[in-house]
Design a protein around this ligand. Structure first.
Ligand SMILES: Nc1ncnc2c1ncn2[C@@H]1O[C@H](COP(=O)(O)OP(=O)(O)OP(=O)(O)O)[C@@H](O)[C@H]1O
Ligand SMILES: [Mg+2]
Length: 359
C-alpha cells in the first residue's frame, strides 16, 4: 500500500511550492504537508492539495498562488490542480472522545443570546459541507436542540453496552438532555449526577466525526467547568448580542475558556440589527459594534454578525435551521459562519506540527 505520509513530490515543483504560504501561516504548504502530490508529465504539472476544512475562504487564493508559482518553471505550460480536504485532529491533551476529531463549544455567559440557534445552524452548516458532524445539547434546564432539529425521540443504547446512540436529523448526529428526563419536566441536577450525565453523553456512540458541536447552557457554572476539565475542546465560539450587558457576561465566558487553555475560535454577534420584513431596512436595536469591540479586545476574529430576523426564529421553531433554506437571503451568513469556524479549527490543526491528515 502507498505510504501517504511520504507524498510524491517532484523536486523542482516542491522547491517552488516551498515558497507558497497558506492563510498567513509561517510554514510553507509543503512544510504543512498540504501537498499530497506534485508530479510532471512533460509541460503539465499535476498538484494535489489537501485543505484542512471542507470549504475555506482562502481556497481560491491558494490555488492562484500555486498556479503562479509553477507557471513558467522550466517548461511548465499547464498546471492541473486537484484540491481535496481532510479535517485534522484537535490537540488531545485530555483523553479524546473515540472517533471524534474536534469538539467545538458554543457558549456565552448570558442566556437567550442565540447559542442554540448558532450551534444548530453551525452543526447543520458543517454537515451540509460534507463534514461528519454531531451536535450535543448540554443545556439541562432549557434544552432546545430537539425542537430546533425537529426530532424529539428518546435515543436507544448500543446493544451489549451502556453507550447511548445519537439520533439523526438533517445529516447531523445529535443528543440532547431534552431527550431524557421527559423533555419538558423540570429536573434538579446535582453536581455528581450532572458530571455523570455529561460524561455519558460525550462518551456516546458518536462514530467517526470531524466535528462535535456542543450547545452549552448560559453562564460559567458546573457544566462548563466539567467540560473544560474532562473533554478535549478544540476551541470555543462565544456568542453575544451587541449591548454592554451581554458583553460583560460574554467576557466572563471568554475568560473561563482562556484560563482552561481552550482556544477561542472567535466571536459571533447575534441580533446585531433588526431586518424589518415590511420596509426591508436595518434598524439598530442595541448599541452597535459591541461584538467587534469584544473581538478586538480579546484579539480573536469576529466570525459573524447575524441580524434579528423572523425567518431565523420561524426556521428554528419549525425544526429546520435556516442554513438549510437556501432560498432565504438570511441563510448565507450562517453558511459563512460554518465556513469560518471550520477554517479556524483547520488553522489550529495546521499550526500543530505535524498536520495529521496523512495518518
Ligand atoms: N438572529 C435571530 N433572529 C431572530 N430570532 C432569534 C435570533 N437568534 C435567536 N433567536 C430566537 O431567540 C430565542 C433565543 O435563542 P436561543 O434559544 O438560540 O438562545 P440561547 O442563548 O440558546 O438561550 P438559552 O440561554 O436559554 O439557552 C429563540 O426563540 C430563537 O429562535
Ligand atoms: Mg440554548
Amino acid at each position: 500500500m502507498k505510504d501517504l505520509s511520504k507524498p510524491t513530490l517532484d523536486p523542482a515543483l516542491a522547491e517552488r511550492l516551498g515558497a507558497v504560504h497558506f492563510d498567513g501561516m509561517k510554514k510553507s504548504i509543503v512544510g504543512l504537508k498540504m501537498v499530497a502530490a506534485a508530479t510532471r508529465d512533460g509541460g503539465r504539472a499535476m498538484v494535489s492539495l489537501v485543505l484542512p476544512s471542507p470549504e475555506h475562504p482562502q481556497r481560491a487564493a491558494l490555488e492562484a498562488d500555486v498556479r503562479a508559482a509553477l507557471t513558467g518553471l522550466d517548461g511548465v505550460t499547464d498546471v492541473e490542480l486537484k484540491t481535496s480536504w481532510s479535517v485534522g485532529e484537535g490537540d488531545f491533551s485530555k483523553p479524546p472522545i473515540p472517533g471524534v476529531k474536534n469538539v467545538i463549544a458554543v457558549a456565552s455567559g448570558k442566556g437567550g443570546v442565540g447559542k442554540s440557534t448558532v450551534a444548530s445552524n453551525l452543526a447543520v452548516g458543517l454537515a451540509q459541507m460534507g463534514a461528519a458532524t454531531g451536535l450535543l445539547d448540554l443545556d439541562i434546564y432549557g434544552p432546545s436542540v430537539p425542537i430546533m432539529l425537529g426530532k424529539c425521540e428518546t435515543p436507544g443504547v448500543l446493544p451489549g453496552t451502556e453507550k447511548v446512540v445519537p439520533s439523526e436529523a438533517h445529516g447531523v448526529r445529535f443528543l440532547s438532555m431534552g431527550q431524557f428526563a421527559g423533555g419538558d419536566k423540570a429536573v434538579l441536577w446535582r453536581g455528581p449526577m450532572l458530571h455523570r450525565m455529561v460524561g455519558q453523553l460525550t462518551a456516546a456512540h458518536w462514530g467517526e466525526l470531524d466535528y462535535l458541536v456542543l450547545d452549552l447552557p448560559p453562564g460559567t457554572g458546573d457544566v462548563q467547568l466539567t467540560l473544560t476539565q474532562t473533554v478535549p475542546l478544540s476551541g470555543a465560539v462565544i456568542v453575544t448580542t451587541p449591548q454592554e450587558i451581554a458583553l460583560i457576561d460574554a467576557r466572563k465566558g471568554l475568560r473561563m475558556f482562556d484560563e482552561a487553555h481552550v482556544p477561542i475560535l472567535g466571536i459571533v454577534e447575534n441580533m446585531s440589527w433588526y431586518d424589518c420584513r415590511k420596509c426591508s431596512k436595518r434598524h439598530a436595536l442595541f448599541d452597535e459594534g459591541g461584538g467587534a469591540r469584544l473581538a478586538t479586545e480579546a484579539g480573536v476574529p469576529l466570525l459573524a454578525q447575524l441580524p434579528l430576523v423572523a425567518d431565523v426564529a420561524d426556521a428554528s421553531d419549525a425544526g429546520r435551521p435556516l442554513v438549510l433554506q437556501s432560498d432565504s437571503r438570511h441563510a448565507a451568513p450562517y453558511h459563512q459562519l460554518a465556513v469560518h469556524v471550520a477554517a479556524a479549527v483547520g488553522r489550529l490543526s495546521l499550526n500543530r506540527s505535524p498536520f495529521r491528515v496523512f495518518q
